[in-house]
Design a binder for this molecule. Structure first.
Ligand SMILES: [Zn+2]
Length: 124
């Protein structure tokens, strides 16, 4: 049978061992995993949405650049181009006429308006 002081000393000894223990408890790990999950749920959709938005803006700028090339062709030649190959020169498009970054398809010339419009599947 231990005396009261011996029991207290034994209890303090266990506490000091518990305080010196390294690592995480299950509750701490669950709390961290839950917080990371919440952050992922909030942040990931915004990142994915901003990527699509950036691609749509790039598509819009590509179409504007192609339409400017059509105007330049008209000024230089006195006539509007009849096909995309008419404006596909290395001075205006050193890397070739860009493709739509969203769908990866080539832009087509609208024969009636002599402009490159948005894609038929979407407004981008
Ligand atoms: Zn596009």
């Amino acid at each position: 049978m231990l005396s009261r002081t011996e029991k207290l000393a034994q209890k303090d000894s266990r506490r000091s061992v518990a305080r010196g223990r390294r690592g995480f408890s299950l509750l701490e790990l669950l709390a961290v995993i839950t917080m990371l999950g919440i952050i992922a749920v909030v942040v990931l959709p915004r990142i994915l949405y901003s990527k699509v938005t950036a691609q749509e803006h790039t598509c819009f700028q590509n179409r504007a650049e192609i339409n400017l090339a059509i105007e330049r062709y008209n000024i230089d030649n006195g006539a509007l181009p009849t096909a995309m190959s008419d404006i596909n020169n290395s001075t205006w498009f050193p890397g070739g006429i860009p493709l739509c970054p969203v769908s990866g398809t080539a832009y087509t010339l609208n024969g009636t308006k002599t402009r490159v419009d948005g894609h038929t599947s979407g407004s981008h």
